[in-house]
Write a protein that binds this ligand. Structure first.
Ligand code: ATP
Ligand code: MG
Ligand code: ZN
Length: 235
């Protein structure tokens, strides 16, 4: 039995940090104190925890990573996601965005959230929104706080663009968000089942599509649905 299990009547536990004895600061002489590495690490982790709490990542995608993505399924898109994370500083400085486009179930959302999860873990403020849900949420709200947050956040995932109902109000909201991010060089990762050529033909969309084309790299994620890979429905 060790001390921490209290074999004696003194309940003294070993400090987790031998450098500061869990006080969090260290005396570096001359009446000067500095944060211990353990305290710095704790602060960093607290910040990341807060970032995840406000990121609004749907439960299903909270544990999606590039490590649990089957590379053999969408090699090129996977490689692009890896590079995107590696080159984050440059991507962030230049507003480099991604437009993942392809059929249902091919892994677009998985890749988008995997990038977001990884970058938040590195301390980047990020947020996710499913476009149809987002527009439902915004409808009827006078308060522009939600839109401001989507404009300002360092990295935004817009999942399922093009699957929302199209009204003038909808396209205007999307334009406001995307145009602001475009103008401020803020990266956005978009997933969609709809090719840009088709979206562009929809009323109100040419101005949105034009900006997406300029700011994004188009990454095709085509082929069979990973959801049906076991072939249970293939006869
Ligand atoms: N290559 C992969 N490796 C591991 N899991 C994958 C892969 N591709 C897809 N999946 C899983 O399959 C499910 C569907 O993928 P995802 O949600 O990313 O599809 P999608 O392309 O966004 O589809 P939709 O167009 O319908 O939104 C998810 O649970 C996802 O984690
Ligand atoms: Mg999806
Ligand atoms: Zn310490």
């Amino acid at each position: 039995m060790n001390k921490s299990q209290g074999s004696t009547n003194t309940f003294i536990t070993e400090p987790k940090c031998r450098i500061c004895g869990d006080i969090g600061i260290i005396d570096i002489g001359n009446n000067t104190y500095t944060d211990c590495d353990c305290a710095k690490q704790r602060k960093k982790q607290d910040r990341v925890d807060k970032l995840f709490k406000s990121a609004r990542i749907p439960k299903r995608y909270q544990d999606k990573t590039l490590d649990n993505f089957d590379q053999s399924w969408q090699q090129k898109a996977y490689d692009y996601a890896v590079d995107y994370i590696k080159n984050w500083e440059e991507n962030s400085d230049n507003g480099h965005s991604i437009f993942f486009v392809g059929d249902v179930g091919t892994g677009k959302s998985h890749l988008a959230y995997a990038i977001l999860n990884k970058l938040i873990e590195k301390g980047v403020p990020g947020m996710a929104a499913s476009v149809p849900d987002l527009l439902d949420d915004l409808r009827g709200k006078e308060d522009n706080g939600a839109i401001e947050a989507l404009k300002e956040i360092d990295l935004l995932v817009l999942d399922d663009l093009g699957s929302q109902k199209n009204t003038e109000w909808v396209t205007e909201r999307l334009f406001i968000i995307l145009n602001s991010r475009y103008a401020d060089l803020k990266p956005t990762i978009i997933t969609s089942n709809h090719r840009l050529e088709l979206l562009e033909k929809t009323e109100g969309w040419p101005r949105i599509v034009d900006r997406i084309i300029e700011m994004s790299r188009l990454v095709k994620v085509e082929g069979r649905s990973y959801r049906q890979r076991s072939g249970r429905f293939n006869g």
